[in-house]
Design a protein around this ligand. Structure first.
Ligand SMILES: *[C@@H]1O[C@H](CO)[C@@H](O)[C@H](O)[C@H]1NC(C)=O
Ligand SMILES: *[C@@H]1O[C@H](CO)[C@@H](O)[C@H](O)[C@H]1NC(C)=O
Ligand SMILES: *[C@@H]1O[C@H](CO)[C@@H](O)[C@H](O)[C@H]1NC(C)=O
Ligand SMILES: *[C@@H]1O[C@H](CO)[C@@H](O)[C@H](O)[C@H]1NC(C)=O
Ligand SMILES: *[C@@H]1O[C@H](CO)[C@@H](O)[C@H](O)[C@H]1NC(C)=O
Length: 354
């Protein structure tokens, strides 16, 4: 009996010797982890992901309840941006689930974020910008150049190599995880979108519908094979590749594999280019209110320059172009389905703009 008692005491002593340092080590690690990620939230667990703790940046308006948002007294631009931001988290997975859940991914996943090729960071002005082709990227490039060289907008050029080499606009995936968390927390993060129907029409007009020097790459790479495949009674030598009709272009689009295939950035969904479930954008600029929204961003960056007036709109009527498609209703519906995340997240309706 005494011996048994003795062994138990010994065992207890051994356990104490082992466990107390382990618990201490655990506590120290925990404190270190918490301190290292100051500015980021140690968030609640993601449903379905067992009890794993997920570190992610704070989303704008994260802690505000719907009632707070409804009562908040802000200026019209702040309110506009808050409304646009608020549409995004419910479309993403994780903590934010909704009846609409078209979501494919949880909110905040660094591995997914690293696959984006369109997100750039500027450490001088402390912003993150997602390049979405056909949404005034050229104007923004010139603006960045003007800001950095302290020259007037009209004297700036749009050379992308210069932007990345001389000015140091950096691709997001050149940063460490820790720095990315800091960027998400402390930098202004913005992107520009427009009605997805309009963007597609604009992409087609720009790449295939006119003989424009510099666009022959698209005619050769895509145009010729689109015509060959989708033109009824095609004959060899038909067209230059630059005369793809909008019907042919949309036929081509509808056969792409948007889930797993490679999609050109000019018609890749905003959702895939800019990853709004993984970047807590503060400001979403709409092309429809481009100048006003962009000046709001420039103000936020402490920049006195103004965004130039007069954006180059789509020539011709968007609704008309879609109505003239063969089998128009069906095609519009199919296109809507492909870009549904974009339509829903950015608040665009299913009707092409008039
Ligand atoms: C939402 O997702 C859950 C789990 O993935 C699924 O069971 C449910 O049917 C989805 N709801 C809708 C409306 O698609
Ligand atoms: C930029 O240029 C203006 C004059 O064009 C000058 O007043 C200003 O101080 C300059 N800013 C910087 C940061 O050099
Ligand atoms: C092309 O096909 C249409 C029917 O789809 C036909 O009416 C037309 O004659 C054909 N054109 C040529 C040049 O073969
Ligand atoms: C743009 O237009 C508005 C109103 O027409 C005008 O007040 C503003 O000065 C213009 N901005 C630039 C940069 O030309
Ligand atoms: C128009 O659409 C119908 C139905 O999808 C198809 O059978 C027909 O070939 C199409 N015509 C042209 C000219 O593309």
């Amino acid at each position: 009996m005494a011996e048994c008692f003795n062994t138990r005491l010994q065992r207890f002593a051994i356990m104490r010797r082992l466990f107390i340092p382990m618990i201490l080590a655990f506590c120290v690690m925990y404190v270190i982890t918490t301190v290292v990620y100051i500015g980021t939230e140690v968030n609640e667990t993601v449903p379905g992901a067992s009890s794993e703790v997920v570190l992610r940046p704070k989303w704008p308006d994260d802690s505000a309840s719907e009632k707070d948002l409804a009562n908040i007294d802000t200026d019209p631009m702040e309110e506009r941006m808050m409304l646009r931001r608020s549409r995004i988290p419910p479309m993403c997975g994780g903590k934010f689930t909704s009846t609409k859940n078209a979501s494919r991914e949880p909110i905040w996943n660094l591995n997914i974020l690293y696959t984006s090729s369109s997100i750039y960071v500027d450490d001088k002005y402390k912003f993150l910008y997602c390049f979405v082709p056909k949404t005034a990227t050229t104007t923004w490039r010139k603006m960045f150049m003007a800001m950095h060289y302290n020259i007037s907008y009209n004297d700036a050029d749009e050379n992308f190599d210069k932007l990345t080499k001389d000015i140091g606009l950096k691709h997001l995936n050149l940063y460490s995880e820790q720095k990315i968390l800091q960027i998400m927390q402390g930098y202004l993060k913005f992107m520009v979108v427009r009605n997805p129907f309009e963007r597609l029409l604009s992409a087609w007009q720009n790449k295939f519908n006119k003989y424009k020097s510099g666009q022959f790459w698209y005619c050769n790479t895509y145009g010729k094979s689109i015509i060959e495949k989708y033109r009824k009674n095609f004959t060899v030598g038909d067209g230059s590749g630059c005369d793809v009709t909008f019907d042919e272009f949309t036929d081509y689009l509808l056969e792409r594999d948007f889930k797993n295939g490679w999609i050109d950035e000019h018609w890749k969904p905003y959702y895939d280019l800019c990853m709004p479930c993984h970047v807590p954008y503060d400001t979403i600029i709409h092309y429809e209110t481009l100048v006003e929204d962009s000046n709001y961003v420039l103000d936020k960056l402490g920049e006195k320059r103004r965004f130039p007036n007069g954006s180059s709109g789509v020539k011709g009527k968007v609704l008309e172009a879609y109505s003239n498609l063969n089998n128009s209703f069906h095609k519009r519906e199919q296109i809507y389905k492909i870009y549904q995340m974009d339509f829903d997240m950015f608040g665009y309706g299913p009707i092409p703009l008039a």
